[in-house]
Structures are given as C-alpha cells and as structure tokens.
Design a protein around this ligand. Structure first.
Ligand SMILES: [Zn+2]
Length: 68
C-alpha cells in the first residue's frame, strides 16, 4: 500500500483512540503531539514521523471517554 509522500515508517498497535507521538529518540523525533484514531479506518498516521497507529482488535473506536 503506497501513498504519495506519506510512507509509513512503523506500525504501532494501541488500545487507546488518543495517542501521543514524539517520534522516539531517533532522527524522526519531534515535539509531542496528540493524535486521534479515526473510527472509520481505526488508524491514524502521524504527520511528523509517518508512524501509523492502529487500534487493537476488540477496542471500541468510538468510546471517546478520555478523562483528565
Ligand atoms: Zn510522530
């Protein structure tokens, strides 16, 4: 699966629909940003480091109940 100018560098499974990404410590590192899994596709790609976050099987994608 190829997308123009948006090559997935890594795929990470998560059980949360809100994920924080800072690109790690490598050359892809960037300031921490919050990404929100899209319920339609159950994934999100970080615009900074092109890591793909995929919601784990069985996790409700629409349960936006993040409390602080
Ligand atoms: Zn990132």
């Amino acid at each position: 699966m190829t997308q123009k100018g948006n090559t997935i560098t890594e795929t990470i499974e998560t059980d949360r629909i809100d994920v924080a990404c800072d690109g790690g410590n490598g050359p892809l590192g960037h300031p921490r940003v919050w990404l929100h899994i899209r319920p339609e596709t159950r994934d999100i790609v970080c615009p900074y480091c092109s890591r793909q976050y995929v919601l784990k099987e069985g996790v409700e994608a629409t349960a936006a109940t993040t409390q602080h």
